[in-house]
Design a protein around this ligand. Structure first.
Ligand code: DAH
Length: 357
């Protein structure tokens, strides 16, 4: 009995992995294991011998079984330790900058514009990019034969066979969102509507898809003076300069009366654009007092309400602010361009915390 105990406890102690340990278990306690066979011999023993031998054998069996289990647990722990060591990972390491995505200048500028107007009480409104002819043109006082329809270089959607209604269009501007917002919210209202617009045009400063932001403020006593203040305030914040000078140039849009195009004073000294000084002017947006017919199309009584509207090119002001020369590159998805002009994903533009860094 002592010899058996010593033999198997030594074997358990020497086992280096779980496979060897299992072999030891089978050799001792398996069906044909040495201790199991000894137990079977108990049957042929005289009863008085059998009682003592049986108890001793059972104790031995338990002892070896306990040693096997303890060793198995120890081997398992050691294996886990080994694995933890080899798979160890420093979760406090910084990310790899080359693998981080960046925020596209159009997204960044959209966020900046939204933050500035939100600060002045404007909410964000949205509309569909595939728009009906009525919302894109008629409701904005652009009659079917109006020359502005041609100037918009519109993309038309295909019509189902036999459908005689005017085809839907890819919206040529964000102005139709004015109508949708008025219909949905009524007056008074203060919204901006940033989004994609489409025109058949392509050169260094035009792409078939580009971005605009529409502005609309309607109340009982809104005037051009409010429009001027809001736009100046916007430009000061957006271009991050103390003084800006805007020039309101009389113009014509079917959906505003009177209408003005707005230029911003700038200089191009040494090929560097500076806003707020110099002798050059850059056109940045169209604006005016909302035409009574447009208010009516939006379900608002023009005898009671009035307001201003403006439309600005987001890509255009992104190019100006961040000195990006070619608009087409905005939409080519060239990673080198995106890394160069992109913004950190973790910097949210806010009026208080800074718009761009
Ligand atoms: N929708 C015009 C365009 O795309 C821009 C515009 C001009 C919008 C005057 C306005 C506005 O809201 O009042 O050319």
């Amino acid at each position: 009995m002592d010899a058996l105990r010593q033999k198997y406890l030594e074997m358990v102690g020497a086992a280096r992995d779980e496979g060897v340990l299992e072999d030891v278990r089978l050799a001792a306690l398996g069906k044909k294991g040495e201790i199991s066979l000894k137990m079977r011999e108990l049957g042929q023993m005289a009863p008085e011998v059998r009682q003592a031998a049986g108890a001793a054998l059972n104790a031995l069996k338990d002892e070896i079984d306990t040693a096997l289990r303890a060793k198995k647990a120890a081997l398992g722990d050691a294996a886990l330790d080994e694995r933890l060591k080899s798979e160890w990972l420093d979760v406090t390491l910084p990310g790899r900058p080359r693998r981080q995505g960046t925020i596209h200048p159009v997204s960044q500028v959209t966020e900046e514009v939204t933050a500035i107007f939100a600060d002045m009480g404007f909410a964000v409104a949205e509309g569909p990019q595939i728009e009906s002819d009525w919302y894109n043109f008629d409701a904005l006082n652009i009659a079917p034969e109006h020359p502005a329809r041609q100037e918009h270089d519109t993309f038309f959607m295909a019509r189902a066979e036999g459908d005689t209604r005017p085809p839907h269009v890819l919206r040529t501007h964000t102005s139709p969102v004015q109508i949708r917002a008025m219909q949905a919210q009524g007056a008074p209202i203060r919204v901006i509507a940033p989004g994609r617009v489409y025109r058949m045009d392509m050169d260094q400063t035009h792409t078939p898809m580009f971005h605009q932001v529409e502005g609309l403020a309607i109340d009982r006593d809104i005037s051009m003076a409010n429009l001027k203040w809001v736009l100046e305030e916007f430009c000061r914040s957006f271009f991050e300069v103390d003084t800006v000078e805007l020039r309101f140039r009389a113009s014509h849009f079917p959906f505003t009366e009177p209408s003005a195009e707005v230029d911003i004073r700038c200089s191009w000294e040494g090929g560097q654009l500076k806003i707020g000084e110099g002798d050059s002017w850059l056109e940045i947006l169209g604006s005016g007092m909302v035409h009574p017919k447009v208010l009516a199309a939006g379900g608002i009584d023009p005898a009671e309400w009035q307001g201003f509207a403006f439309g600005m090119g987001i890509d255009r002001i992104a190019m100006l602010k961040y000195g990006i020369p070619d608009l087409r590159a905005f939409f080519e998805s060239d990673l080198r361009w995106l890394r160069h002009y992109g913004f950190s994903a973790l910097d949210m533009p806010t009026v208080a915390g800074g718009l761009s860094r």
